[in-house]
Design a protein around this ligand. Structure first.
Ligand SMILES: NC(=O)c1ccc[n+]([C@@H]2O[C@H](COP(=O)([O-])OP(=O)(O)OC[C@H]3O[C@@H](n4cnc5c(N)ncnc54)[C@H](OP(=O)(O)O)[C@@H]3O)[C@@H](O)[C@H]2O)c1
Length: 278
C-alpha cells in the first residue's frame, strides 16, 4: 500500500541501495515522486531516474533539499561513510537507516548529534527479495516519541525485500553478519563443492550444476511445506546401511559441524575487528 506523504532519501544507491529501492517500488510502498536519491556517480544518477522515475541528484544537491524526510537510507561503501556526513548535517530527516557494514550507530551520533539510528544488516539475496534483514534500533530511536511510527517505516521498508529479525544489542549485528551476511557465500560454497563432486563422478558441468542447485531449492521448499526440521528431513533420507548414511558418516568423521561452527566464529571475530577499526 502506497504511502502518499512520507518521503525517503537514499544516500548512495549502488547494488544494495537499488535492491531496497526497487523492492519498495515493486511492493508499491512509495510513489516514485516521494523517493529521492543522492549519488556521486553521474551515470547512476540518470540511470536510476530513467529506470524508476525517482528523483535523483548529486549528494551536494541533496544537501540543499528543503523536504523533511521520514528516513534517510545510508547505503555507501564503508570507506565512503565520512563523505555523507556533511550533506546529512544539512538534510532534515527523522530517522537515519544505515546498511553500511561495520559502522556502528555511535559513528553517526558522534557526528550528527542525538539522532534516531536504525542499523540494518541485509545480505546479497536482498536482490531477489529473499534477504534476512537484521534490525538494531539505537537508544535515541527507542526513546523517541515517534519510535513506533519510525520502526513501522523501517520494518515496512525492509520487509519488502526479505524477512526481519530484530536484535536488542548492536553486537548481534556482527553475529548476524557471520551467520547470514556471509551465509549466502557458505551456501554457495557447499553447492560449488557438490558440483565438483558430481563432475568427479563423470557428470557434465550443466548436469552437475542442475543437480547440486536444485537439491537446495527442493530441500528448502520441502522443509517449508512439510514443517520438518533439517534433522527430521535428513533422517527420512538416511536408511540404516544405505548410501546417505555412508556419506553422512564421512561428514561426521571429518567433523563438518565443528568446521562450520569454527568458520562462523572466525567470521564473527573478523566482523568485530573490522568494526573496531572504524
Ligand atoms: N553486498 C552485501 O552483501 C552487503 C551486505 C550487507 C551490507 N552491505 C553494505 O551495503 C553498503 C553498500 O554496498 P553496495 O555493494 O551497494 O555498494 P556500491 O554498489 O558501491 O554502492 C554505493 C554507492 O554509493 C555511492 N556513493 C559514494 N559516496 C557517496 C556520497 N558521498 N553520496 C552519495 N552516494 C555516494 C557510490 O558511488 P561511487 O561508485 O561513485 O563511489 C555507489 O554508487 C556497503 O556499506 C556494504 O557494507 C553489503
Amino acid at each position: 500500500m502506497r504511502n502518499n506523504t512520507e518521503k525517503i532519501l537514499f544516500m548512495g544507491c549502488g547494488v544494495m541501495g537499488e535492491a531496497v529501492l526497487s523492492s519498495c517500488l515493486q511492493k508499491r510502498l512509495y510513489s516514485p515522486e516521494n523517493i529521492f536519491v543522492g549519488e556521486t556517480d553521474e551515470k547512476k544518477i540518470s540511470a536510476l531516474a530513467r529506470a524508476y522515475g525517482v528523483k535523483t541528484m548529486t549528494s551536494e544537491d541533496a544537501a540543499g533539499l528543503k523536504d523533511n524526510f521520514r528516513a534517510v537510507i545510508a547505503a555507501v561503501k564503508p570507506q565512503k561513510t565520512e563523505s555523507i556526513i556533511p550533506p546529512l548535517k544539512k538534510i532534515r530527516f527523522q530517522l537515519l537507516i544505515t546498511i553500511i557494514a561495520g559502522v556502528n550507530c555511535s559513528y553517526f551520533t558522534d557526528r550528527l548529534g542525538k539522532i534516531p539510528v536504525l542499523r540494518v544488516m541485509p545480505n546479497l539475496c536482498i536482490k531477489v527479495s529473499k534477504s534476512v534483514n537484521a534490525l538494531f534500533a539505537n537508544e535515541n530511536l527507542l526513546s523517541s516519541p515517534l519510535a513506533n511510527e519510525l520502526m513501522e517505516t523501517a520494518e515496512k521498508l525492509f520487509s519488502a525485500s526479505g524477512k526481519l529479525i530484530r536484535v536488542k544489542n548492536e553486537d548481534y549485528i556482527d553475529r548476524v553478519t557471520a551467520v547470514s551476511g556471509s551465509g549466502t557465500a557458505y551456501a554457495a560454497y557447499f553447492i560449488e563443492a557438490l558440483e565438483e563432486a558430481a563432475a568427479a563422478l563423470g557428470f557434465k558441468p550443466d548436469e552437475a550444476a542442475l543437480m547440486s542447485r536444485e537439491i537446495f531449492d527442493g530441500a528448502i521448499t520441502y522443509m517449508r511445506e512439510t514443517g520438518e526440521t533439517p534433522a527430521m528431513m535428513r533422517k527420512k533420507v538416511t536408511s540404516p546401511g544405505g548410501t546417505t548414511e555412508k556419506a553422512i558418516q564421512v561428514f561426521e568423521d571429518k567433523k563438518l559441524k565443528e568446521i562450520v561452527s569454527e568458520a562462523v566464529g572466525t567470521a564473527y571475530e573478523r566482523a568485530k575487528e573490522l568494526g573496531r577499526k572504524k
